[in-house]
Design a protein. Structure first.
Length: 328
């Protein structure tokens, strides 16, 4: 056997060996957000459908993006359904999770490692952020037992310690990274107030790495369906499992009987979705594919109630859109 043939044979053997040891880079995870366990009469059934779908898809993990359930008996059903999923499960803190409890109490109840943290799965890195801080008079204050019901100017900040941690965590990983938060990193009305600083950290991480290290960011909180790409990073607003909050201007009492209206105090203030909404994200090769649920309104829509249209990026919708992007 001549040298060139031998070299080619060795090269082929090496390629086969390396490919057999290479990780399977395809990954699928499920996202649900803004469950608000005590808000709708059928929230248990809605969560069951999400968990059933996660099991059918054999999801690598599931994650909820906040406003989930509190550690009290009336909301125990949702937590029990969530725990039925046998795979990895992750939590993001939402503002309403601290309506009745301290942040530390919720972290303990859900078994979170911390209020912000990161983890790896397959060939990817994931970061969970916590924007549940008030910022007033130069001080960052944890959300705690509904203390955030103050001026919106003081709400939804990420504290400096967490900013430093985010920068350091991104520097340490060589894996493509996805980020989860409750509040939006792009929404000008309800998003993270110091989001520009977050953008700088994410975009600098990409420049320093020489490749798109930060792929995408996902959030809940706003109960809307929206996507925008900014400087090569995809930002997804994931809609609520069940409804859009309208407040007293909606005042729809025709959709539920008196028993439900008495048991669930805010039913007349929400526009409910017929279908439970959730999403599954698959990263395969150089593609990111998000599959949502295209739903309809239950009973009456905000438009049918005569409510004005919201501004771009904040429109009401009973769906989560499908997306497919090349990861360049």
């Amino acid at each position: 056997m001549n040298q060139s043939v031998l070299s080619l044979a060795l090269s082929l053997v090496l390629t086969v060996l390396l490919s057999s040891c290479a990780p399977d880079n395809e990954l699928t995870f499920g996202i649900v957000t803004d469950v608000h366990a005590d808000m709708l009469p059928d929230n248990g059934e809605r969560m069951e459908k999400f968990i059933d779908e996660a099991e059918i898809k054999n999801a690598d993990f599931i994650i909820q993006l906040g406003d989930f359930c509190r550690p009290r008996e009336s909301e125990k059903q949702i937590r029990n359904i969530w725990e039925r999923f046998a795979g990895e499960k992750y939590h993001v803190l939402g503002n309403h999770d601290m309506d009745l409890n301290s942040k530390n109490e919720i972290i303990k109840a859900w078994g979170m490692p911390s209020n912000y943290y990161s983890f790896d799965n397959n060939a990817y890195h994931f970061i969970v952020l916590d924007a549940n801080y008030l910022y007033k008079d130069g001080e960052y204050i944890d959300y705690d037992r509904a203390n955030y019901y103050v001026s919106m100017d003081y709400r939804a900040f990420i504290n400096p310690e967490q900013m430093r941690w985010l920068k350091d965590d991104l520097n340490k990983t060589e894996k493509p990274t996805l980020i989860f938060s409750h509040q939006s990193l792009i929404n000008v009305l309800w998003g993270v107030k110091n989001r520009v600083e977050v953008h700088e950290i994410l975009e600098n991480a990409n420049k320093k790495a020489g490749f798109k290290k930060v792929i995408a960011c996902f959030n809940g909180h706003d109960h809307i369906d929206f996507h925008r790409e900014i400087n090569g990073i995809h930002y997804f607003e994931i809609n609520s499992l069940g409804y859009q909050w309208i407040n007293d201007t909606y005042n729809d009492t025709a959709c539920y009987d008196s028993t439900a209206l008495n048991q669930f105090a805010h039913l007349n203030k929400v526009a409910v979705y017929n279908d439970p909404l959730y999403a599954f994200v698959t990263i395969k090769g150089n593609k990111l594919i998000l599959k949502g649920v295209q739903g309809t309104w239950f009973c009456s829509s905000p438009e049918e109630k005569g409510l004005p249209e919201m501004i771009y990026g904040c429109e009401y919708s009973p769906s989560i859109s499908d997306y497919e992007f090349e990861l360049k």
